[in-house]
Design a protein around this ligand. Structure first.
Ligand code: ADP
Length: 164
């Protein structure tokens, strides 16, 4: 049973993230999407909301018996071990992602030589998508319906409701 952990902020999950989960499921038997609880990142959506939105989005079009949503704090490699995994999944959009991802992957390998990071390239149409951009567009009342699953758009609307 090949298990991979896909860690991230998912604030909120975008169609790009979902594309990566889908691709990872073609290689791994089970993918654990692990939501990072990092107070320093000051997410717009709280952890419970990010998890709920992910659950909704994944259940809508992916095999639920092979995907799990979880949370973690601290080292990614510890979360991977806790789930019985041997791989970290990350997504690449453009060269701009590469440097930061390379640094993370090397550090994680140093901490846990037995755990590999596996990268998937997103579909071209998601290459411009980021959670940060989606939040900015939503904050100014722009249409994000093609960028995120419906549950994420609803959660953003609720979270931004008081600010607009
Ligand atoms: P983090 O704070 O860990 O970067 P994110 O939720 O922003 O968390 O991203 C998690 C992972 O998903 C990262 O590897 C990132 O490069 C990747 N990712 C983010 N947006 C996309 C996208 N549109 N297409 C493919 N991968 C993406």
């Amino acid at each position: 049973m090949k298990v991979a952990v896909y860690p991230g902020s998912f604030d909120p999950v975008t169609n790009g993230h979902l594309d990566i989960v889908r691709r990872a499921l073609s290689v791994f038997d089970r993918v654990v999407v692990a939501v990072l609880q990092n107070p320093r990142k000051a997410p717009l959506l709280d952890t419970a909301t990010r998890v709920r939105v992910l659950h909704d989005a994944l259940a809508a079009d992916l095999p639920v018996d092979r995907v799990e949503v979880s949370t973690f704090e601290g080292l990614t490699v510890n979360a991977v071990r806790a789930h019985g995994g041997a791989s970290i999944v990350r997504g690449l959009r453009a060269v701009s992602d590469f440097e930061a991802e390379l640094q993370l992957a090397h550090n994680n390998r140093k901490l846990a030589p037995d755990i590999d990071t596996v990268f998937f390239m997103t579909a071209l149409e998601h290459g411009y998508l980021s959670s940060t951009l989606v939040k900015e567009i939503a904050a100014f009342g722009g249409d994000i319906s093609e960028m995120v699953p419906p549950a994420a758009a609803d959660a953003l609307r609720a979270a931004l409701g008081g600010r607009r």
